[in-house]
Design a binder for this molecule. Sequence first.
Ligand code: ADP
Length: 161
Amino acid sequence: MTVAIFPGSFDPITNGHLDIATKAAKAFDELYIVIMDNTNKKYFFCREERVAFIEDAVKDIKNIKVITRPEQLTVAVAKELNATVMVRGLRNNEDFIYEQQIANMNKKLAPDLETALFFASPENASVSSSMVKEIAKFGGDVRPFLPKLAATAMIQRLNNE
Ligand code: ADP
C-alpha cells in the first residue's frame, strides 16, 4: 500500500490544489493532505477554517485524510505517517525550479521518500492562494477559483471587514 502526503499551507485551498489532490488520490492508496501551520505566520484563514474548507472539498474522495501539523520538515511528517511519496503541484517553470530544490534537499534528508509532481490542469495553471486573496481584497469574484465553502467564507469575511 502506498501512502502519500500532500503538504502545503492551503490558505485557502484552491481549485488548483483540489485538482492535484484528486489526481494523487487516484494514483496512491492513501493521501494525507497536510496543512502545515506555523504559529508565527499570519494566515488569512485560521487552521480550523483551512481544515474545514479542505474537508468539505474532498468529502467524496474516500482515501483522502486531512490533518494539520506544526510547520516542520515535511520529511519528518512523511516518516510519522509511513508515507513514501510526497505530492506537489507544478504550474510553471518557477514552480519547477522551486520544487526541484525542495525535492533534491528532501532526497538528502530522506532517501526513501520520492517526490511526485503533478501538472496543474490548464484552467488552474494561474491560480494561487495569494492571487485569489488579492482578487478578493479588491472586490473581484473569487468563486471561479475556489471550492464552494472556501469561496463563501472569503466573500463573507470581506463583506464583514
Ligand atoms: P506552499 O506554501 O508549500 O507552497 P501552497 O499551499 O501554496 O503551499 O501549495 C502547495 C502545493 O500545491 C505546491 O506544490 C504548489 O506548487 C501546489 N499548487 C498551488 N497552487 C496550485 C495550482 N493552481 N495548481 C497546481 N498546483 C498548485
